[in-house]
Design a protein around this ligand. Structure first.
Ligand SMILES: NC(=O)c1ccc[n+]([C@@H]2O[C@H](COP(=O)([O-])OP(=O)(O)OC[C@H]3O[C@@H](n4cnc5c(N)ncnc54)[C@H](OP(=O)(O)O)[C@@H]3O)[C@@H](O)[C@H]2O)c1
Length: 295
């Protein structure tokens, strides 16, 4: 089975390449090999490679910068999935699109179910929601195209909150971190497993839900996560002494893009469909920090 992976140098892209199941021929594209903002190039990649699956892990992920670059964010996050969907429909291939908790407005207080309607707050979320819509316009409810939404991706490589906090714990004595945004991290390692499982179970003939949700298990906020990163980082010898962490509010830390104040994803149906347990985020955090290689 041939899988064309985009975003090969991203944190999920790298986790996927570390963990390729047997029987999968992986063809990768990084930014220099395929510009996801180039609709025609995305279609051409599918027609050239004729993969059984496109795993679209590439995305414009700079949430704040997207507010001032909406056209580029939409070209990458909506244009590329549309191009892949159209070309795959012609070639008879399948699509696994990674999407985000930012498609929701965060105004509810119970976990978002996969069947809930997106209502994004900012450009990034709107561009990802437009990507989802573009796929469904081509594939409707056909599970040949799967959308897997995830949240707060952190991992042992790449740009993410865990690695940023780890180095801030090392450099500073006091960290002020937002405590009024609730969600759950997704280890890139566990997310990669969920992606491969989605493809493998589909190949075995299982019909998966067209929209799925994946994060690690439990619930937290950025402040608690920053505290845990310091504690576990110290236990693992990655830092000497963790910084003191002070909780602040979102209002104390203004950003160009508005974040959802609540973005827990209900992963129940996805875990059951994929036959995967959710690992508690603290345990998943420990595992990914164990994989961090210090410079
Ligand atoms: N990070 C999160 O917290 C989070 C949360 C929810 C959902 N997601 C979703 O999860 C998926 C994986 O995200 P991630 O965390 O792995 O993000 P990431 O580390 O930022 O990786 C994104 C990849 O996309 C590539 N890319 C960006 N613009 C491109 C372009 N125009 N052409 C080609 N490649 C381009 C980047 O290339 P370079 O390496 O060259 O920059 C990078 O390798 C994405 O769909 C994202 O929307 C992420």
């Amino acid at each position: 089975m041939k899988v064309l992976l985009t975003g090969a140098n991203g944190q999920l892209g790298q986790a996927l390449q570390k963990n390729v199941p047997k029987g999968i021929e992986l063809v990768t594209r990084n930014r220099s090999q395929l510009d996801l903002a180039n609709f025609d190039a995305c279609q051409a990649a599918v027609h050239e490679e004729r993969p059984d699956w496109v795993l679209n892990a590439g995305a414009y992920t700079s949430v704040d910068q997207a507010e001032s670059e909406p056209e580029l964010a939409h070209a990458v996050n909506a244009g590329a999935p549309a191009a892949f969907a159209k070309a795959l429909k012609i070639e008879g291939g399948r699509l696994l699109q990674i999407s985000t908790d930012f498609v929701f407005n965060g105004r509810q207080s119970s976990p978002y179910r996969p069947d809930q309607q997106p209502d994004p707050l900012g450009v990034y979320g709107a561009s990802k929601a437009a990507g989802e819509r573009a796929i469904r316009e081509v594939f409707a409810d056909d599970p040949s195209a799967l959308i897997l939404r995830t949240s707060w991706v952190i991992g042992p490589v790449g740009q993410n909150f865990a690695l940023t906090m780890l180095s801030l714990h090392q450099q500073q004595k006091l960290l002020k971190v937002v405590s009024d945004q609730v969600g759950c991290p997704s280890s890139s390692l566990n997310l990669a497993t969920a992606c491969w499982q989605s493809i493998q179970r589909s190949a075995d003939g299982t019909v998966l839900p067209p929209v799925m949700h994946w994060s690690d298990a439990g619930s937290t906020n950025w402040y608690q996560l920053a505290v845990a990163i310091g504690q576990i980082g110290q236990e693992l010898g990655l830092i000497e002494t963790p910084a003191q962490v002070q909780p602040i509010t979102t209002a104390d830390y203004p950003t160009p893009a508005t974040r959802p104040s609540y973005s827990l994803l209900d992963c129940t149906s996805t875990r059951s469909a994929l036959h995967l347990e959710g690992e508690h985020w603290e345990s998943a955090l420990r595992t990914l920090l164990q994989h961090v290689q210090l410079a």
